[in-house]
Ligand binder design. Sequence first.
Ligand SMILES: O=C(O)[C@H](O)COP(=O)(O)O
Length: 262
Amino acid sequence: MTASGGALLLLRHGQSVSNAADIFTGWSDPPLSALGATQARQAGATLDRLGRRPTSVHTSLLRRSIDTAAIVVAVLGFGRLPVHRSWRLNERHYGALTGRDKRAVAAEVDAATFRAWRRSYAIAPPAMSESAAAAMYADPRYAGLPPEALPRTESLADVRARLLPYWSDVLRPLLVAGETPLVVGHGNSLRAFVMHLEGLSPAAVERLDIPTGVPMLYHLDRGGQTGTGAAGRYLDPVSATEPVRIGPGLPALSTPGPSGAG
Ligand SMILES: O=C(O)[C@H](O)COP(=O)(O)O
């Protein structure tokens, strides 16, 4: 593929303390773990080593994304990069599973339901209660957002629908202008984004897991289509092939390949 324009850098935030404890996270707001901060520094070092210099940074409204971006920018020594934050880049809302132990949920439902809630394209987890959602949205960061921006659960299809305006209105024009935006996103929101960028089917995206802290790279070709370079979607393919950990007692979901197991 012949590349033109700029490049899009995607990065899943470093491991959070909820990831480390096998807790469904979604729109809850845990900090990075010590390992997550290290992963963020390593991601910055990878970008630096490969000469991939973002021209702007785009985060969700969640601290694990914001803090990962800050670490990457500090490693790169780019303190004055423009930083944009949007609810459209938030993690998939995990509904009533938010804050729950994954092993406890897995013990309550059959394996197919558990997997569908986590990895299917069209099925959303059960909705969060109105009172829990009201408490979540009392946070000032969500003040002024329209009701459709305040979900009580989301499928991956829902996430894709609210992400796409950010891609078409903000990120794609930056690529066309030759810029290199860095998006620091989340495991499931990035699955929806990669699905769109690579034209994956719903069945393929169900098998896609995105590791924490491994930068990804996309170009626009001359026809305006997005694609990865010859080395695949990950800038550090070796790190990206490590199995995605679910937790003690639960099997690995998959091992993402260097150019995408999706
Ligand atoms: O929201 C979360 O819990 C994390 O992003 C991980 O999601 P997962 O359990 O679907 O891998």
